[in-house]
Design a protein around this ligand. Structure first.
Ligand code: UTP
Length: 292
């Protein structure tokens, strides 16, 4: 089996839930403490040995490209001002041999459409790709979410997607699976539905934004019609894939924040602030003062 070396990160969405902040700044560039949200997902991808990150972006999001390309002017200024220590933070060693590819999605026709635009950038012999939705921020206590999926992919050669249990009143925001148990944390998927009404939800297990998908997903993406919200949905392509291939779900037990929502974004900020040794004592004190 060929290692998975390419990861697709769709970041062309409009980020309407964060307007007006996202009028000029891409949602994915909003910082959680001192790092753009998007960088957390990039780092998670690199941990499994990804060599090329394919961003599906839009012409309005130039800041994303600027963030991942080298900025020699800034580096020179840092050196001149005796602030070399910051160079690693703007040009990390782990990015050195990574190819960053930027593909414009001209019209926001949905996540499925965004992913389909990456196909021409795959090598002929790529058997599978990783997909990470940067809105979903995972803080691993041990193995990362994507690494867990990749280990299962290497073991089974099947497509693997991450799921977690979601409260009933939130199920209609997600793709929801119909599945049977394989082990304590893995399931075989039999069906999948995007943003179901509560009465149609086949379970309380919702897809969260990490996937290792077989290359056949691109064929399935060609087979689908606009679905929920009038958009081309990745979930519908996975449903199509299920006709010919096995897809496994892996439930993720670590911390997960939906940073596409205001609540999740603030919770992630608080969680990471309390985990940061430089600031956590003062932050905790401030929070305690605020609630008392
Ligand atoms: P969302 O619908 O959650 O993100 O799409 P959004 O559109 O940016 O946010 P709101 O709802 O307007 O606030 C999930 C992921 O799919 C990407 C988004 O960038 C996000 O990473 N996406 C969605 C695209 O790249 N293209 C699309 O056409 C739609």
């Amino acid at each position: 089996m060929k290692p998975v070396t390419k990861a697709i990160l769709p970041v062309a969405g409009l980020g309407t839930r964060f307007l007006p902040a996202t009028k000029a700044i891409p949602k994915e560039m909003l910082p959680i403490i001192d790092k753009p949200l998007l960088q957390y997902a990039v780092e998670e991808a690199l941990e499994i040995g990804i060599k090329e990150i394919i961003f599906i972006t839009s012409h309005a999001k130039k800041a994303i490209k600027r963030h991942f390309l080298q900025n020699t002017d800034l580096e020179d200024s840092l050196v001149k001002n005796g602030k070399e220590d910051f160079i690693e933070s703007i040009n990390p060693k782990r990015f050195k041999d990574i190819k960053f590819t930027f593909v414009d999605q001209d019209e926001q026709k949905g996540l499925g459409h965004a992913i389909s635009l990456a196909e021409p950038f795959l090598d002929k012999d790529d058997e599978a790709v990783a997909i990470l939705l940067p809105d979903d921020l995972f803080i691993a206590n041990g193995k990362s979410c994507l690494q867990t999926l990749y280990d299962l992919y290497k073991e089974t050669s099947n497509s693997v997607i991450a799921i977690n249990e979601v409260a009933e009143n939130k199920l209609s925001n997600y793709g929801v699976i119909d599945a049977s148990k394989i082990s304590r944390s893995t399931f075989q998927i039999h069906g999948i539905i995007e943003k179901p009404k509560l009465k149609d939800a086949p379970s309380n297990m919702a897809v969260c934004g990490r996937y290792i998908l077989s290359r056949s997903i691109f064929k399935s993406l060609n087979n689908i019609e606009p679905g929920a919200g009038g958009e081309l949905q990745l979930t519908d392509a996975i449903k199509d894939l299920l006709v010919s291939e096995k897809v496994i779900a892996s439930s993720y037990k670590g911390q997960k924040f939906d940073c596409g929502s205001k609540q999740g974004f603030v919770e992630a900020t608080i969680f990471l602030a309390l985990a940061n040794k430089d600031i956590n004592k003062d932050i905790l004190k401030s929070i305690q003062e605020l609630i008392n």
